[in-house]
Design a protein around this ligand. Structure first.
Ligand SMILES: [Zn+2]
Length: 217
């Protein structure tokens, strides 16, 4: 069991970042009600801060966060974590290069997957932020199975669509994770529009991939 800590003061930067993202993702309609959950790995990389079960993401404050260690133990000094904490736990275990994991229920991204459309990368931002998107067939939320499947898929991408459920986005900082989630939903909206118009949009040229590779981006 994680020892009780004065986490409200100790992790102020992480809490401030997650509170801001929570408000933004609800404002941008990437999630509604108490759906979705946000987490950040703490600087010791042994435990993470995650929204507590039932948290409304646009109404987060210092009391809205739980602490879980990378063995899956909950801190005695914090509320119960989101029921999806296993997805975050396994993501951090699988990827030593990330410190932010956000799980949302973005409508267009879910719908594009539900009509079996791969999300199209149309703008340079889509390609820059998204690169590769992996879809995972529906698995019951909150289970170890969905966490394991997510961690496996994260081996070579930062964006996962959980079919008929939502997305998982990871990054090495909260701002980048948020930008990835926004671009995912924008690309999904454009994809759906192209289906409705029965057109095949020109995608961002492969040359841009080469450019990013050359620049080490
Ligand atoms: Zn969910």
């Amino acid at each position: 069991m994680v020892s009780e800590v004065n986490w409200k003061k100790s992790f102020n930067n992480e809490i401030t970042s997650l509170v801001a993202i929570g408000k933004s993702v609800v404002d941008r309609k990437l999630v509604v009600g108490s759906g979705g959950n946000l987490s950040m790995l703490l600087p010791d990389r042994k435990q993470f801060l995650i929204t507590a079960t039932g948290s409304e993401l646009d109404q987060l404050d210092q009391s809205s966060f739980a602490i879980v260690d990378l063995n899956g133990n909950f801190s005695e000094g914090s509320p119960k974590p989101s029921s999806e904490y296993r997805v975050h736990l396994e993501s951090y275990r699988a990827r030593s290069d990330i410190n932010t994991c956000i799980h949302l229920h973005p409508q267009a991204s879910i719908f594009a997957a539900a009509i079996d459309e791969d999300i199209k990368l149309i703008t340079t931002d889509h390609l820059y932020y998204l690169r590769k998107i992996t879809r995972i067939p529906w698995i019951a939320p909150g289970t170890q199975a969905v966490a394991d499947a997510t961690a496996l898929a994260l081996a070579d991408c930062n964006i996962i669509i959980l079919e008929n459920h939502g997305c998982v986005v990871v990054a090495d900082n909260p701002r980048l994770a948020y930008s990835r989630a926004l671009n995912l939903e924008e690309a999904a909206e454009m994809t759906i529009r192209s289906v409705m118009l029965n057109v095949k949009p020109r995608l961002v040229p492969d040359k841009f991939k080469e450019y990013l590779r050359e620049k080490g981006l």
